[in-house]
Design a protein around this ligand. Structure first.
Ligand SMILES: *[C@@H]1O[C@H](CO)[C@@H](O)[C@H](O)[C@H]1NC(C)=O
Ligand SMILES: *[C@@H]1O[C@H](CO)[C@@H](O)[C@H](O)[C@H]1NC(C)=O
Length: 212
């Protein structure tokens, strides 16, 4: 056996014994001192005939008792780690969602309940139905689309996604009428602001490789 392996084994045995020893009855611990080192990591013999001790189960129990420390959580947590690592603060990393590359799927998915309100030119649908207001929320929460995609509806360039041309007044007032806190002017400003990059309706194909 290579020296480093011997060293690792010795450390493992010492750790296993250190964990098990305090939990054994003191006489058994004293008497078993040598034996436990030889026997570990097999279940330590029980002097009183109790169920055998399982070192791994004990370690899990002990780790379960260690409170989370109020330390800054500076390290990303390992993604799939079988046990909690005591004393090592970590934070769960949520990777940022990929950038939205196209609006058509999101609009096609969520806009239908708004279609009648958006394209109506009479007073039969004077305000957005509640179903329509509910589908605004996913544009802010569903990472696969973006609230900026609604600008395609406002700007009337959502193509044939809606069954008739969109009433611009209704499109800009939709968020205000649904209680989202953006006035018609806000919507018009945002959709015209070139600082906001509105994802295209359809993903732009990646440019072909240049030939030399
Ligand atoms: C658009 O909707 C507004 C508000 O409901 C309405 O007053 C207006 O007449 C509509 N415009 C057209 C062109 O249908
Ligand atoms: C909406 O417009 C008002 C008035 O121009 C402005 O004060 C406010 O910050 C805007 N809100 C948003 C969310 O852009």
């Amino acid at each position: 056996m290579a020296p480093s392996n011997k060293c690792t084994l010795a450390i493992a045995l010492l750790v296993a014994f250190a964990v098990v020893a305090p939990l054994l009855p003191s006489s058994a611990a004293a008497r078993d001192g040598g034996a436990a080192k030889k026997a570990a990591p097999a279940p330590a013999p029980s002097a009183s005939g109790d169920a055998p001790l399982h070192p791994m189960g004990l370690i899990d129990d002990i780790i379960g008792l260690i409170p989370d420390l109020p330390l800054p959580r500076i390290l990303p947590c390992p993604p799939v780690f079988p046990i909690k690592i005591p004393f090592i603060p970590c934070h769960n990393v949520t990777p940022p969602p990929p950038p939205v590359t196209e609006c058509r799927p999101g609009l096609a998915k969520y806009m239908p309940p708004c279609a009648r309100f958006l394209t109506s030119d009479d007073s039969s649908v004077p305000s957005p139905p509640s179903k329509c207001c509910h589908v605004i929320k996913p544009f802010f929460e569903d990472g696969s689309t973006s609230p900026l995609c609604l600008c395609h509806v406002v700007n009337g360039d959502a193509g044939n996604l809606l069954p008739a041309p969109v009433n611009h007044t209704r499109a800009t007032s939709l968020l205000e009428q649904c209680g989202y806190g953006f006035t018609s002017d806000n919507v018009t400003d945002i959709c015209a602001n070139r600082d906001f990059i509105i994802p295209p309706m359809d993903a732009v194909p990646s440019p072909p490789q240049r030939r030399h």
